[in-house]
Design a binder for this molecule. Structure first.
Ligand SMILES: [Zn+2]
Length: 803
């Protein structure tokens, strides 16, 4: 390939990329005196020459000029291009040729060569590395007795199970990479989708590393600094601060009595709010079952609740002494006697179905009868001695069998709706025995420290706090006294085929699946429509009084801006979205980047307060949006509050795994740990609830607008990348088309799950206009996005050849 052909190739490449012309013709057609050029190339450049006609072209050719294979008719002649040194240019101009400006100069070629070399290097790197590793988080922390732990999260572009990721870390500043230890990472997938790699549990370490390197068998490698998770312990509360008000697991009757007593004792700072929907109550209809084989078995259920007479009903299955007796049912007050039919030999012939029908006809005012789990009931019934029906409930008489009046304890000096509201609610799930203690402890601390502790006084003076200590009182009574693993409320929505007494521990609605946003009825995952499932969503959204009470409270008090839904166990701190649809793992909308950043910064404060009690660190891997760290929970209450009312809906799971230094393992604590452990969990998460109140108060008193900066992050030929930094959690709204930015303009997004802000790319010089809004609604420079003014921020992002 000759010189000319080579230049043609470069020329064609230049035509494709929008490089600027570096020297312009002056209006009179003269060429600007000098153009920039690379010294290395002695100023050789591709120059534009205009000749009057083809004869002029021929003349240039005769002179041996290195012409490009290019010619174009222009006003006054033909334009051709020639590769010329400055001397040749001067010489041609001396001969009367109209040599004009440069198409490009050698600097551009140098740049192209650099670019090409860089691309080749990148391609080689990629060929070598195979996959790209994106670090999400790398943190160390101490927990409980001071044991140090390491937590690392990395995402690979090659999520195949055969790609093994290994983390290795140093042994502190100045030590060689990998000198601290090495561990294989686990591949975290959910709903069939790859999420990221992490350790299943944080790794115990002896020395704090400053750096971790993750490598993959596909060849990827990334090294990141290891940061400290959770801030320094807070200063100790004032010496007068009192805490620790719970000394046993309490049933909801005791819990509610406690908040009633507090309201009475502190009328200046607290009041009871009665919630309008009474629960179904800690009560059941009385039942009895007769028979052993399915075909000959039936069961009866009293019309009255057990506590309202159902437990007094008896049923006797008698065999008459005579042959050919008919089937009869007789009633004596609450006592039902079935005289079974006999044949000519005096043998009983009544089938289960026949007895059921006779009972329903003759004793329907006392009870209803059903064959066993939908069986046809054609087996012959056996005689049975008098059997008393029972509701199978074992709570002491101190637990009322009436519908339960739920109530919230409203704490605040000014309870007129003018202060920002915080809704703390506990025990949606009955078996999570520690959770109501957490709510009670928080309420007591607020009221008993109000007079002497300045920090408490600020919280009570500046906030409107609603404490609902047990959202599921009926189920919780049942869990305490009858079936400890009861999760749901007590209401049986099953039909007769699933309501025999042996199923009595399988009924009820999962209240944290009964809400109306992202529910199973909307197609979201993580709830069931089966009445016996432990995640049964109920017959419809908001079918249960307990759920409706939560919604009512947030409607009634629209000043509520924060909510904390306290569950057990595992040690989690989570926020919306809380649900996705399984095909495609389609999430409810993620919070925008500013809100997400606020959640992370709030978690640092809140989780540091939790840690302050006995050292428990909630893990980074158990902090974040629900589906990123746990699983989808269709129709949960935090999503209800966030998506329907804009209430920041957080979730706690109290009961973090406890590290056993002897076995060097984490042990899960379960729903009902020994009280000594449950007590500690209640104390540390009451700390966390107080931490939430502190975050809420800081939010309420934030009157300082955020300040942002546009930062160029990369320049390439024809493209410039940039992003923004902000001095506090805030959302950036921007425009790239010169228009005035508003709250409808694009928002700066996260680069990906658990990643920082995205980078924006422009391919031409662009005036970026933007503003930021913090979580409290303060707008940068007090700009009015809905107005007409131009008090937004603006900056021109240039695009060029890299200069
Ligand atoms: Zn729960």
């Amino acid at each position: 390939m000759g010189r000319r052909a080579a230049w043609l190739a470069v020329s064609a490449a230049l035509a494709l990329s929008p490089l600027p012309v570096l020297a312009q013709s002056t209006p009179n057609g003269d060429v600007a005196a000098e153009r920039r050029s690379s010294n290395e190339q002695n100023g050789v450049a591709l120059m534009r020459i205009v000749v009057p006609d083809q004869a002029g072209v021929d003349r240039l050719n005769d002179l041996g000029i290195d012409l490009a294979e290019y010619s174009k008719p222009v006003d006054g002649g033909i334009e051709v291009h020639a590769v010329l040194s400055p001397e040749e240019t001067r010489d041609l101009r001396g001969k009367g040729f109209d040599v004009r400006d440069a198409i490009s100069d050698q600097a551009d070629v140098a740049k192209l060569r650099q670019e090409r070399a860089k691309t080749l290097r990148t391609l080689a790197d990629e060929a070598r590395s195979g996959d790209t590793l994106t670090p999400l988080r790398a943190e160390w922390f101490t927990s409980l007795d001071g044991q140090r732990f390491l937590s690392v999260e990395v995402k690979t572009s090659d999520p195949a199970a055969t790609n093994i990721l290994t983390a290795s870390w140093n042994g502190g500043a100045g030590t060689p990479p990998g000198s601290g230890g090495t561990a294989t990472m686990s591949r975290f997938t959910d709903a069939g989708q790859y999420m990221y790699h992490r350790f299943n549990t944080p790794l115990a370490i002896d020395v704090t590393p400053t750096e971790v390197t993750v490598t993959s068998t596909s060849g990827g490698s990334v090294t990141v600094p290891v940061k400290k998770w959770l801030g320094e312990p807070r200063k100790a509360p004032s010496p007068h601060y009192v805490s620790d008000f719970v000394d046993h697991y309490m049933d909801p009757t005791e819990v509610y009595q406690r908040i009633d007593a507090l309201a009475k004792e502190f009328p200046g700072q607290a009041a009871i709010v009665k919630l309008p929907y009474k629960t179904n109550g800690y009560r059941r209809h009385a039942q009895a079952q007769f028979g052993s084989a399915a075909a000959s078995t039936f069961y009866v259920t009293s019309q009255a609740y057990g506590s309202e007479g159902g437990n007094d009903v008896t049923v006797t299955l008698a065999k008459p002494d005579q042959a050919s007796a008919p089937l009869t049912v007789s009633l004596d007050q609450d006592n039902v006697t079935v005289d079974l039919a006999t044949n000519a030999e005096g043998v009983v012939t009544s089938t289960a179905k026949q007895v059921v029908d006779a009972l329903n006809t003759e004793a329907g005012k006392l009870l209803s009868a059903s064959t066993y789990r939908g069986n046809a009931g054609d087996g012959v019934v056996a005689e049975a001695a008098t059997t008393r029906l029972t509701d199978n409930l074992h709570a002491p008489a101190s637990v009322s069998r009436d519908p339960f009046q739920m109530r919230a304890l409203r704490i605040g000096k000014t309870r007129d709706g003018s202060k920002p509201g915080v809704f703390l609610y506990c025990q949606e799930h009955a078996r999570e025995w520690v959770t109501p203690l957490t709510c009670v402890e928080t309420a007591e601390r607020l009221l008993r420290n109000y007079r002497h502790d300045p920090n408490t006084r600020k919280l009570v003076d500046d906030l409107d706090i609603f404490v609902l200590p047990s959202v599921n009182p009926d189920g919780a009574h049942y869990s305490l006294y009858d079936f400890n693993m009861q999760r749901r409320n007590m209401t049986d929505h099953c039909g007769p085929t699933e309501s025999d007494p042996a199923y009595r521990n399988s009924w009820g609605v999962d209240l944290n699946r009964n809400f109306s946003v992202g529910s199973v009825y909307d197609g979201y995952s993580g709830a069931s429509t089966s009445c016996r499932s432990d995640t049964y969503a109920g017959p419809a959204e908001l079918s249960e009084p307990e759920s409706r009470n939560e919604v009512w409270l947030t409607h009634q008090f629209p000043n509520i801006k924060f909510a904390m839904n306290t569950h057990s166990y595992g040690g989690y701190f989570m926020w919306p979205p809380g649900a996705y649809k399984v095909p495609g793992r389609e999430l409810l909308p993620r919070a925008d980047l500013g809100t997400e950043t606020f959640f992370w910064s709030a978690s640092d404060h809140i989780l540091s307060t939790v840690q302050n009690w006995r050292g428990t660190a909630i893990w980074p891997g158990r902090t974040g949006p629900v589906p990123d760290v746990l699983y989808s929970a269709a129709g949960n209450s935090a999503d209800e509050h966030w998506y329907n009312r804009g209430i920041i809906g957080w979730d706690f799971e109290v009961g973090a795994d406890v590290w056993n230094p002897a076995t060097k393992q984490f042990n899960a604590v379960g729903f009902q740990p020994p009280f000594a452990e449950g007590h500690e969990e209640a104390m540390e998460f009451a700390n966390g609830q107080i931490g939430i109140l502190e975050v809420a108060r800081a939010y309420a008193s934030d009157k300082v607008p955020p300040k942002s900066k546009l930062v160029i992050t990369g320049r390439d030929t024809g493209a410039t990348k940039f992003t923004f930094t902000i001095d506090e959690p805030a959302t950036i709204y921007y425009t790239l088309d010169g228009s005035r930015p508003t709250l409808n303009s694009p928002k700066l997004k996260a680069a990906g799950m658990r990643e920082g802000p995205e980078q924006l790319t422009v391919d031409k010089t662009t005036e970026v206009k933007w503003f930021s809004v913090d979580i409290a609604g303060n707008v940068e420079k007090n700009y009015k996005p809905a107005g007409k003014g131009d008090g937004y921020r603006r900056q021109t992002v240039t695009v060029g050849g890299g200069r």
